[in-house]
Design a protein around this ligand. Structure first.
Ligand code: ADP
Ligand code: ADP
Length: 226
């Protein structure tokens, strides 16, 4: 049984742009799937529909055995990491990471335990009292990942999480993301336009083009050496 199931999904934006034109994709439990393809091909729209941030025009999305078309983002068993980190500037790192759990009325002790565990995993324990503006780009992205990890979701969604980092940090954070996936084997859907990221992270790569899925397969089948 697939963890995430995308069935005949269409997205037509107001004004007539058909961003996604009836795609099917089954993502297995614990699988790391990377969506690639040229700018504007519908990757981000697909991810945002899984997250519930965009309405689906037609078709169904299933998460963990349930149709989630009408389930608001907060009630989906997902956590998303964005390219621009999307941290709250006025809150400490601790409070940024705790926010989603407070919102869901988790007990204080449980929140503290989860934030501490995630901070240890990501090596950001000394930063918990800082504000985001006192952090480097790489540190901010670790906090954004920490905020997703503490939720302990079934599904992780990443939207170009490394695009704002320099080359050296991208390599470091790729390793970090791989490590997190192996430590807590969550189902992951990851959007990027970077082939190296797709190669190193994916169990399966999904190539989109013009709102359709053109190819699906393990990276070694899709990218052969020159
Ligand atoms: P990608 O992530 O692959 O770059 P997107 O999913 O962001 O592609 O966009 C797919 C298509 O949908 C593009 O043609 C884009 O211009 C269009 N699009 C994206 N968001 C909106 C929106 N909010 N309103 C109208 N059109 C949109
Ligand atoms: P309240 O949530 O009522 O403000 P708390 O006792 O939960 O009070 O925490 C007060 C502040 O201390 C939090 O907002 C947080 O910034 C910080 N804090 C709490 N626990 C930790 C922790 N384990 N590590 C770092 N900072 C923490």
């Amino acid at each position: 049984m697939a963890e995430v199931s995308i069935r005949k999904v269409v997205k037509a934006y107001e004004g007539g742009v058909q961003a996604v034109k009836g795609i099917d994709l089954e993502i297995a439990d614990h699988e790391f799937v990377v969506l690639v393809g040229p700018s504007g091909c519908g990757k981000s729209t697909t991810l945002r529909m899984i997250a519930g941030l965009e309405e689906i025009s037609d078709g169904q999305i299933w998460i963990g055995g349930d149709v989630v078309n009408d389930v608001p983002p907060r009630d989906r068993d997902i956590a998303m990491v964005f390219q621009n980190y999307a941290l709250y500037p006025h809150m400490s790192v601790f409070d940024n990471m705790a926010f989603g759990l407070k919102l869901r009325k988790f007990p204080k002790e449980e929140i503290r335990r989860r934030v501490d565990d995630a901070a240890r995993m990501l090596d950001i324990q000394p930063l918990l009292q800082r504000k985001p503006k006192a952090l480097s780009g790489g540190q901010r992205q670790r906090v954004a990942m920490g905020r997703a990890i503490v939720r302990n979701p079934k599904v992780f969604l990443f939207d170009e999480p490394l695009s704002n980092l320099d080359a050296k940090l991208r390599v470091q954070m790729r390793t970090e993301i791989k490590k997190v996936h192996q430590t807590i084997p969550t189902t992951t859907v990851y959007v990027t336009h970077d082939q190296v990221e797709a190669m190193t992270l994916a169990d399966r790569v999904v190539v989109m083009n013009g709102g359709i899925i053109e190819q699906v397969g393990p990276p070694q089948e899709l990218y052969h050496r020159p």
